[in-house]
Structure formats: C-alpha cells, structure tokens
Design a protein around this ligand. Structure first.
Ligand code: DGP
Ligand code: NA
Ligand code: NA
Length: 217
C-alpha cells in the first residue's frame, strides 16, 4: 500500500468538539508525535484570529461587537476559504495538515444559536467546496464534563444552553451518511489515553489517502 507521503501528498486531519473537549492539546500532541515519526506537519486552527477577517471574528467572540447572525456565519466561513489555498498547497507538497475546528463547528455553532433561524442545512452551504478532510475526529465529551473542566470561559457561546445544543447538532451531523470521514473519540478519558485513541485512526488514514476532494452538500 502506498502511504500518502510516498504519493507525495499529505493528509488533512480535522479535530472537532465542544469547547473544553481538549482539542488544542490533542492537536499539539498529535502534531508532535507525527513529526517525531518523520512526517511533515502543519497545525492550523480556526478561527484564525490573525487575519483581518479573523480580527472581526475575535471582536465578535469577545463581545466587543454585534453582528447579524448571517454576517458572522459567513465571516467564519470566509476565514476558512482564505486559508484553503495554502492548506491545499501544503497537502500537495507532502505536508499533513492538522486542523483545530473546521466546517463542522462552522455549521453547528451557527445553527445552535437560540433565536436565530439558521438551519444546519443553510449553515453548511458556504463550506461546500472547501478541501474535504481525510479524517475528522470528533472529541466527544458530555456538557457536564466540559463544565467541570475548569468551567467555561467568558466568550460568546461558552455557556451551558449553547453547548448542549452544539453537542446535539454535532451528533446529528455525524449521523448523516455522507459524513463518513467523521470518527467519534471518547474525550472523557485521560489526556494520554485520548492521544493514543487518536493516533491510531490518523496513522491508518495516512496509509490510505487517495485524491483529495471537495466538501459536499
Ligand atoms: P476556539 O478558538 O476554538 O475556542 O473557538 C472560538 C469559539 O468560536 C468557540 O466557541 C467555537 C466557535 N466557532 C468556531 N468556529 C466557528 C464557526 O465557524 N462558526 C461559528 N458560528 N462559531 C464557531
Ligand atoms: Na473556546
Ligand atoms: Na480551536
């Protein structure tokens, strides 16, 4: 079996989950382990708050600005589109890209908002055509466990009602048959155990990647 690097192509691996699920730590551990094994890796996180669009998102998340639900939704998506070319270039050059949050958060967080009328289906549309991950790891954690882990922060969305809706919508997205790239990981275990549970499907996926395609409707 050709590995992706023998093919000259890197893998696109996304890590998703609720706030406090441990995504960022797990992405860092995963990136380090893959590098130690000799793979070229880049770690990307969304929202990328460093770009002009990212700064608008950052202000919104910190409660410094108010934006229409559709507008902020499209800004989050635009923040992924502005990075799409560099992700594709890295993958083509044999670099595997580990992404902390992606289109799944994009659709789910907007659709979870209390008084908005954004359906999951509407919210997914701007994501169609972005590079499709080879693997999406959903770090599954109960909202109770998430709240126990030091409590939520002060940003928008970091409250119990919102997180419960987010979790339900993530689960409904996972059930859609065309989302067969999503793998559910029990993130209630220790950091070391979760890291081991993640590494296995990632290495498996890196053995078997074919041509990268677009995210579908
Ligand atoms: P983080 O930097 O990973 O803590 O993400 C900041 C918050 O923004 C978090 O509550 C999840 C939410 N979020 C991330 N991506 C998107 C997106 O594309 N759309 C919406 N509406 N929310 C998002
Ligand atoms: Na957060
Ligand atoms: Na993140």
């Amino acid at each position: 079996d050709p590995t992706c690097e023998e093919d000259g192509r890197g893998a696109l691996v996304v890590v998703e989950g609720l706030d406090r699920a441990g995504k960022s730590s797990q992405c860092e551990i995963l990136a380090r382990r893959l590098q130690e094994m000799g793979h070229q890796v880049r770690y990307v996180r969304f929202p990328d708050r460093s770009t002009p669009i990212g700064k608008l998102i950052d202000n919104y998340l910190r409660g410094q600005s108010q934006l229409d639900d559709h507008s902020i939704h499209l800004l989050f998506s635009a923040n992924r589109w502005e990075a799409a070319r560099s992700i594709q270039e890295d993958i083509a050059n044999g670099v595997s890209v580990i992404v902390d949050r992606y289109s799944y958060s994009g659709a789910v967080y907007s659709a979870a908002k209390g008084n908005s009328n954004l359906s999951l289906q509407w919210a997914w549309q701007p994501e169609v055509g972005l590079p499709r991950p080879d693997l999406c790891l959903f770090l599954s954690i109960s909202t109770e466990e998430a709240a126990r882990r030091g409590g939520f922060g002060v940003e928008r969305y970091e409250n119990d009602t919102m997180q419960k809706r987010v979790r339900e919508l993530f689960l409904s997205l996972i059930e859609l048959p065309h989302n067969d790239e999503i793998c559910v990981i029990d993130a209630g275990k220790s950091v070391g155990e979760v890291a081991g549970d993640i590494l296995e499907p990632v290495l498996e996926c890196m053995k078997n990647v074919d041509a990268i395609g677009p995210l579908r409707k």
